[in-house]
Write a protein that binds this ligand. Structure first.
Ligand code: ADP
Ligand code: ASP
Ligand code: MG
Length: 408
């Protein structure tokens, strides 16, 4: 029998009725002759509420304690799902991340998986049971509970599918699949039939929260074929897979928006070899992800550096930059208010020109000012005023006719 890993996100398990509905869906999959391993998220709103409670008690909560708290959300869902399956006659057992031996490094709140032992999943499957694994959580080699960063249940599902050699990994969510843009922002966004790992990775890391970016990275690295589809209907979803040559015919596949960015500006740094290296080494050591770097040379032998980071990394970035400035003996750092990053993504950009020009023209015609620009082989991003982010997404989407015809 072939094994399927099915992951259900927060909205799909939000209340008891939805949990019952998911249980029926799992039962159907089993009746089609599959062994089923299920991964579930916390019920929608639960993780946010736990984070808010922690911050209300202490604004900068200890990461280990936060993990102890956040892991509770998923643990609630696995037990409820097991019971919902029992109620319809399906043998099922729940397993925490630790019980499934999802071993991680000790980086609390953003841990990386180092090994999946699986615990007794195979035995339970062989005994005819559905195994329900808590998403988003793992355990260190010394037994500490860790979590994988927001949206991390996707990673649990992909990594388990890889470790268990499942034939298919299905990510069930509250939209029909991966769209050309967030369908809640861009009304005429279209569902994509297929998308490459690289495109999905860029979309996810640029802010499309439909998939956690680290889960896509993992899937690409380990060749895990997966689909994203709705838990509310049976419509075909989006297949995420290796690129085939005809996929380059589409220049821009989708638009992503990230409204949780800030700009870090460092002025009056010494203009000499090694300055940038030291600044970015310190940021890397602090595990800060940097994008959209611009350097300009001022008068009098000083350099100015500007870059963007996620708002979650702003504090660590400021501290890391502060310590280099001290070593240099010159420089000042300032952090902007929240800004937005809007990106257009497509593997076809490798072989087509003019994408940047079309994007910048469309934004200019709408009166949207570009603050910073960055590009990769298959992506162009601009930093803009957060208040114009949704407008920019719609304008970019129209500029590349993404809503006009089937985009796959
Ligand atoms: P889950 O709880 O199932 O993990 P998420 O809320 O994490 O679901 O992700 C699904 C949401 O992602 C959708 O409701 C949608 O608003 C948003 N989203 C953003 N960009 C896209 C996109 N390109 N395609 C589909 N959904 C997107
Ligand atoms: N519950 C976690 C979150 O809200 C993980 C997930 O839903 O994937 O981020
Ligand atoms: Mg999610």
């Amino acid at each position: 029998m072939s094994m399927v890993v099915q992951k259900f996100g927060g909205t799909s398990v939000a209340d008891l009725d939805r949990i019952r509905r998911v249980a029926r869906r799992i039962k159907e999959t089993r009746e089609q002759g599959h062994d089923v391993v299920v991964v579930v998220s916390a019920r929608s709103g639960v993780t946010n509420r736990l984070v808010a409670d922690a911050r209300a008690l202490y604004p900068n909560p200890d990461a280990r304690e936060l993990d102890m708290l956040l892991a509770v959300g998923e643990q609630e869902t696995i037990a409820l799902m097991a019971l919902a399956l029992h109620a319809i006659g399906v043998p099922a057992v729940s397993r925490t991340g630790a019980q499934a031996e999802i071993v991680t490094d000790p980086e609390h709140t953003r841990a990386r998986i180092v090994r999946i032992g699986g615990g007794d999943i195979q035995e339970q499957i062989a005994a005819g049971k559905v195994v329900i694994v808590a998403g988003f959580q793992g355990v260190t080699t010394i037994g500490q509970t860790t979590t994988f960063g927001r949206g991390g249940s996707d990673l649990t599902a992909i990594a388990l599918a890889s470790a268990l050699n499942a034939g298919l990994c299905q990510i069930f969510t509250d939209v029909d699949g991966v769209y050309t843009a967030d369908p809640r922002v861009v009304a005429n966004a279209r569902k994509l039939g297929e998308v490459t790992y690289d495109e999905m990775l860029e979309l996810a890391s640029m802010g499309s929260k439909v998939m956690q970016s680290r889960s896509v990275e993992f899937a690409k690295k380990h060749g895990v074929l997966f689909e994203v589809r709705s838990s509310f209907n049976n419509n075909p979803g989006t297949i995420v897979k290796e690129e085939i040559s005809s996929m380059e015919d589409v220049v821009v596949r989708g638009v992503a928006v990230d409204k949780n960015q800030v700009k870090v500006a460092i002025s009056d740094l010494p203009d000499q070899p090694g300055t940038a290296a030291r600044v970015f080494q310190n940021l890397a050591d602090a595990d800060v992800n940097v994008d959209m770097i611009v350097q300009n040379i001022g008068r009098g032998g000083v350099a100015n550096l500007t870059f963007t980071v996620s708002i979650d990394d702003a504090y660590r970035a400021e501290r890391a930059v502060g310590s280099v400035i001290e070593q240099f003996g010159s420089g000042t750092v300032s952090i902007s208010d929240r800004i937005a990053k809007v990106s257009v993504v497509g593997v076809g950009m490798r072989s087509h020109s003019g994408v940047a020009a079309s994007l910048f023209t469309a934004l200019a015609e709408t009166g949207i000012n570009i603050q910073l620009i960055s590009t990769s082989e298959i992506k162009i991003s601009v930093a803009i005023d957060v208040a114009r982010a949704d407008d920019a997404a719609r304008v970019a989407h129209d500029a590349f006719n993404l809503g006009a015809s089937e985009a796959t």
